[in-house]
Design a protein around this ligand. Structure first.
Ligand SMILES: NC(=O)c1ccc[n+]([C@@H]2O[C@H](COP(=O)([O-])OP(=O)(O)OC[C@H]3O[C@@H](n4cnc5c(N)ncnc54)[C@H](OP(=O)(O)O)[C@@H]3O)[C@@H](O)[C@H]2O)c1
Length: 307
């Protein structure tokens, strides 16, 4: 591996996390982004061939099948993209001596109890998406080689499909919204994930050079926690301060239990993740979730005022 300027291959650069990684990884090496056309996760064998041809020193995989409810209807595709394809990536990485960075989810856990899940806790996914992501984690570990899997939660950004953008759209149109208040987790901005990944990668490259690297699963999300209802409440409060000119029709934001908002995929109630081993290893203090929210709302406000 070229110590000075490693070749980094980013997959899934059009997604929320991938978009931010395309910025944050720039200073760390020669960055190439492969699109779905070049690297299709629904054809894992072709994917392996693409990696071998690109011969990167580092692969960062932000591509995934993330439609949690739709996955209940498309389990085969979800397992292919989230389970088999990461295994193919990991085998290609091992053969070429590349480091693989991959993302997984809080949905690998059952969601019982109230304490934050540690990266070493037993997993027990409750839906097809969670099972498919767990299959990916295991396929990567089984392939051997050098890898890091970061489990994150409740991802949002100024672009893409996410809770913040959906809430702002609905809040501009409706005077009442009902939002689930018994699922607890840490809303995490894609920007935080990307910035923390860049720092983790810099340290992982050092560890590899010094023969100190250990493949591992870590948890990576913002500090603190809230419910979806608490998240919505905070985002509307801050939005009216950050973008006072923007119309908000919303008058009532009701807190409801998950039982009153049935979805095809069952969601865990407790999605808290303990990130302490990530913070120690990569020498970071993950900021409170509200900080990432303010940055994304400011970006959204900027975008609407520029229209
Ligand atoms: N979103 C969340 O709340 C959440 C929570 C926990 C963990 N995660 C994990 O975090 C990571 C990043 O998620 P995200 O929210 O950034 O995802 P996202 O916005 O949904 O983006 C998904 C990316 O995957 C690509 N992709 C999907 N199917 C593909 C295929 N068959 N072949 C090649 N590329 C494909 C998409 O490409 P196109 O643009 O071509 O569709 C897009 O670039 C994922 O591993 C996800 O499981 C997400």
């Amino acid at each position: 591996m070229s110590a000075a300027r490693p070749k980094i291959l980013l997959l899934g650069a059009t997604g929320q996390v991938g978009w931010e990684l395309a910025r944050s990884l720039q200073p760390l090496g020669a960055l190439r982004c492969s699109t779905r056309n070049e690297a299709n996760f629904s054809a894992p064998a072709d994917l392996e061939a693409h990696i071998t041809q690109a011969s990167p020193d580092v692969i960062v995989n932000a591509a995934a099948y993330t439609a949690v409810d739709q996955a209940e209807k498309e389990p085969t595709l979800a397992h292919c993209v989230n389970g088999e394809a990461p295994g193919a990536l990991a085998r290609a990485a091992r053969r070429s001596g590349a480091l693989l960075i991959h993302y997984s989810t809080d949905y690998v856990f059952a969601g019982t109890g109230e304490r934050a899940w540690r990266s070493t806790d037993s997993v027990d996914p409750q839906n097809v998406y969670g099972h498919s992501k767990l299959a990916g984690e295991r396929a990567i570990a089984d392939a051997g080689g050098d890898w890091l899997t970061f489990r994150t939660s409740w991802v949002y950004a100024a672009r893409g499909r996410n809770f913040v953008r959906t809430m702002l759209k609905l809040g501009a149109e409706r005077d009442t919204l009902r939002v689930v208040a018994d699922q607890i987790g840490a809303p995490t901005s894609a920007r935080l994930i990307a910035d923390a990944t860049a720092q983790a990668l810099a340290i992982a490259l050092l560890e590899r050079r010094e023969g100190q690297f250990l493949s591992a699963i870590h948890h990576l999300c913002a500090a603190g926690h809230t419910s979806w209802h608490g998240f919505a409440q905070t985002l509307f409060e801050r939005w009216t301060m950050i973008a006072p000119d923007q119309p908000v029709a919303l008058r009532t934001l009701s807190a409801i239990p998950s039982t009153e908002y049935p979805t095809p995929a069952r969601r865990p109630l407790n999605s808290r993740l303990d990130c302490s081993d990530f913070e120690v290893r990569f020498r970071l203090t993950l900021p409170p979730w509200q900080q990432g929210l303010d940055l994304v709302l400011a970006e959204l406000a900027e975008a609407v005022s520029a229209r």
